[in-house]
Design a protein around this ligand. Structure first.
Ligand SMILES: NC(=O)c1ccc[n+]([C@@H]2O[C@H](COP(=O)([O-])OP(=O)(O)OC[C@H]3O[C@@H](n4cnc5c(N)ncnc54)[C@H](O)[C@@H]3O)[C@@H](O)[C@H]2O)c1
Length: 440
């Protein structure tokens, strides 16, 4: 019987005897030697953060010791779910600063909207915790820079939630491409077409729901009135909190397009079209249509985003096609197909016929990789440097589209755009008091 099964069985048995769950907690602590325990806490519990927490809890010896959310209803719902499913009783907090004073937390999962990622990562590192931070790593270029420097300074493990790096399909694709099986890679086409990117129907502002600390939700973002269409889940379509469909999916898919050639630097040049072309106005500021070209030294990446539709090339709403001289390899998260090139006859002899299906997401593998990085010193699959490069590949075109520049040139050494002062004004966010951009 493995440890987790043993714990669960013990918990069920003691529960049946009417022994309070707090005793279950104590006995569980005695069973697991402290050296093998990993105590995690979650900030931002509603959706993805909670999913990531559950992947942690499926690993033997991992405990949830704290939950933090600004919304009372989410906090109590998730706390009772943890107690029911895992027989654990995390402490609950509405203010993450109080939570970070809790000494027994080893690692923090950041599952809030993007505009909080930088502050929460840096504060967690300062408090001596490892961090699993969701993607996009941050909402601006400068916040990404700060997070890389802070992670290096505190020497803790920071894993960015670009879980495709831990996924079988993408790892297999990299192996096929890097061993030359599709010939010379010349072009990558990536796309994401999803309805949700158009935002919600237009609605008037509403009073702040009971139990919600909206000022803490806004955090460093500008003060404003409440609207559900900008709140839970819907914040993605507003620049103060996210980068739209472009950044939501772009960091995942562009990351793979870069991995194929092990590119570890931000784009030097982007060519950008961004507009709102959907037939009706909705609650959003971000663009529903974007086309971006990234010229690289010996290949080119095309990135295409259309919100308000769900169809795409190869009958996939999102995906990647890597075009080589000998074959095109097409993939999404659950499948990979190689289409051999042809001239007089198909070049199957060189490419083989590869086809893989794997109907599962890779969050669990990415979380296990994070845990092994902490407990066994393994290299994490998506360190902050990788998260930053992917994030800059979406933030730079978003900046271009917002200021109406068709071409932006990024000078990474000097952390500035070479051809636009308007773009330079968008490198750093203006934090609302009392929050300040960490000095790193
Ligand atoms: N890796 C993936 O595949 C994937 C998928 C979905 C979302 N995400 C990322 O996960 C993050 C969260 O997205 P979501 O869909 O779960 O958003 P969500 O709006 O559903 O949930 C965010 C939660 O954070 C809470 N929150 C906000 N500010 C807080 C604060 N200061 N302190 C404590 N709690 C706070 C909110 O109340 C809410 O419960 C985003 O960065 C998103 O891009 C990643």
């Amino acid at each position: 019987m493995n440890r987790r099964k043993f714990i669960n069985t013990t918990a069920i048995a003691t529960a049946a005897l009417g022994i309070p769950s707090v005793l279950n907690q104590k006995s569980r602590r005695r069973i697991i030697p402290p050296s093998e325990n990993l105590n995690v806490a979650l900030i931002g519990c509603r959706n993805m953060g909670y999913g990531i927490l559950e992947h942690h809890l499926s690993v033997a010896g991992v405990n949830c010791v704290a939950l933090c959310d600004i919304d009372d209803s989410i906090l109590s719902e998730k706390a009772s779910e943890i107690e029911k499913k895992y027989s654990q009783k995390p402490k609950v907090y509405k203010d993450f600063r109080k939570m970070l004073e809790q000494k027994d937390i080893d690692a923090v999962i950041v599952g809030t909207p993007d505009h909080w990622h930088c502050l929460l990562t840096v504060y967690s590192l300062q408090a001596g915790k490892h961090v699993y931070v969701e993607k996009p790593m941050a909402n601006t270029i400068e916040e990404c820079n700060i997070m890389v420097r802070a992670a290096n300074h505190y020497k803790k493990v920071v894993q960015v939630g670009q879980q495709q790096r831990s996924g079988f399909i993408f790892q297999k694709a990299m192996e096929i491409i890097k061993t030359g099986k599709i010939g010379k890679l010349r072009k990558v086409n990536g796309w994401a077409n999803f309805n949700y990117g158009i935002g919600m129907p237009i609605t008037a502002d509403q009073p702040v729901p009971q139990g919600v600390d909206f000022d803490m939700w806004l955090g460093p973002a500008p003060k404003r009135t409440f609207n559900q269409a900008r709140f839970h889940g819907n914040w993605r379509m507003f620049w103060d909190y996210g980068g739209g469909l472009n950044s939501d999916w772009g960091v995942h898919l562009l990351d793979i397009a870069l991995w194929a050639k092990d590119i570890i630097t931000p784009p030097e040049k982007v060519l950008v079209y961004g507009a709102n072309t959907y037939y009706e106005p909705r609650m959003r500021e971000t663009f529903d249509s974007m086309s971006v070209v990234y010229p690289k030294d010996d290949y080119v990446i095309h990135w295409d985003v259309t919100a308000g539709v769900q169809k795409g090339p190869y009958d996939m709403p999102y995906g990647l096609a890597f075009i080589g001289d000998d074959a095109t390899i097409v993939m999404d998260r659950s499948k990979l197909i190689v289409y051999p090139e042809w001239d007089d006859e198909a070049k199957k002899a060189r490419t083989g016929e590869y086809k893989y299906n794997e109907g599962k997401e890779s969050h669990g593998d990415h979380v296990r990789n994070f845990i092994e990085a902490i407990t066994q010193g393994r290299k994490q699959a998506c360190p902050p440097e990788t998260g930053r490069v992917a994030a800059l590949h979406v933030h730079i075109p978003n900046i271009a589209a917002r200021i109406g520049e068709a071409v932006l040139i990024w000078d990474d050494k000097n952390n500035r755009f070479a051809n636009s002062e308007a773009a330079n004004r968008m490198v750093r966010p203006a934090y609302r008091e009392p929050w300040t951009l960490p000095a790193f």
